[in-house]
Design a protein around this ligand. Structure first.
Ligand code: UDP
Length: 314
């Protein structure tokens, strides 16, 4: 296959590039680098099956030659990033998805949308099956990401139903691993950075909110299987066995990194924890049944590898 991956210089986009190259495909990577980092794909420079185009996909996209698949992964994805770039976040989810869909239609390519567990908002149902419609505040600070991704799903389904485009939607739950930015503001990189530099660990609120964490390699496997499957309805990919509180996450990271950091509970005064989901955990029955997929990497093993990566970066 010859595939376009948008957001190619990001955490997940760059790992996807690696997977497609390793499987023998040809990859065109695209990124505007507002949150992506060329270091993530530097090892692919000069590879005969890899090329990179610096471009903002919210503008018209031109790609020469045939494409078999378009994977749309471009978007700020950490709450800090989308609070800092609210309009580009709305644009890449709406205009960027429209442009990548239009490109896929013109090339006769399969399309895969990177959606998110944020479409469920602050859920009233736990775990969340794909059939749950969500509980989202459209006008809150997180609305710029949540509603952009909900619109992205809606327009993807419209292209599927109206134009007959061959589409896939993955709803990605919290994912961590090497190549996350040290300062991206999410709990895993924040806590690891704080632990490795012996600074206080900043747990927001009382730390009772939960997330279910998956290691990036499990996610990439799920996405690869989904693209090759026939499933056109959204599929959750996440690790349901790893639902832990933010306080527990902080404790595990302090222990695994051998840190002297103290765990502190703070109340951010900015928008960071407005509408913060109180629970989150995927129901992965669909992924298990349709893709034969389930997560394999235990959280302590994945976190230990991620801590090693951060240590090297520091
Ligand atoms: N969080 C925290 N301290 C931090 C960063 C995040 O307590 O320094 C909390 C945040 O309020 C949320 C959880 O950790 O409840 C996960 O946040 P993250 O930004 O990693 O991702 P989200 O799942 O909210 O997109």
């Amino acid at each position: 296959m010859r595939v376009l991956i948008t957001g190619a210089a990001g955490f997940l986009g760059s790992h996807l590039c690696d997977r497609f190259i390793a499987e023998g495909h040809t990859v065109v990577g695209m990124d505007n680098l507002i949150t992506g980092n060329m270091d993530n794909i530097a090892h692919l420079y000069g590879h005969e099956r890899f090329s990179f185009v610096k471009h903002n996909v919210s503008q018209y996209i031109y790609v020469a030659g045939p494409l078999d698949a378009v994977l749309h992964f471009a978007s700020p994805a950490s709450p800090n990033d989308y609070l800092e770039h609210p309009i580009p976040t709305l644009k890449v989810g709406s205009l960027g998805t429209h442009n990548t869909l239009g490109l896929a239609k013109q090339k006769g390519a399969r399309f895969l949308l990177a959606s998110t567990s944020e479409v469920y908002g602050d859920p009233k149902v736990n775990p969340q099956p794909e059939s749950y419609w969500g509980h989202v505040n459209p006008i809150g600070p997180r609305g710029v990401y949540d509603e952009a991704k909900r619109f992205a799903e809606a327009i993807t389904m419209a292209y599927h139903r109206y134009h007959g485009l061959d589409t896939r939607i993955v709803r990605i739950f919290n994912t961590y691993g090497p190549r996350m930015r040290l300062n991206d503001g999410r709990a895993v990189p924040n806590f690891i950075y704080q632990a490795l530099t012996d600074q206080p660990i900043t747990v927001y609120g009382r730390g009772t909110q939960t997330r279910a964490y998956q290691y990036y390699s499990d996610l990439i496997e799920g996405i690869y299987r989904l693209l090759l499957s026939d499933e056109t309805m959204p599929v959750n990919i996440g690790n349901p066995d790893m639902e832990i509180t933010v306080m527990e996450l902080a404790e595990i990271i302090v222990r695994l990194s051998g840190s002297r950091s103290e765990i502190t509970c703070i109340e951010p005064t900015d928008d960071r924890i407005v509408d913060d989901p109180q629970v989150r955990r995927p129901d992965i029955t669909r992924a298990r049944t349709i893709l034969g997929w389930e997560p394999r990497v235990p959280v302590e093993e994945g976190l230990a590898r991620t801590i090693d990566f951060f240590r090297q970066r520091l």
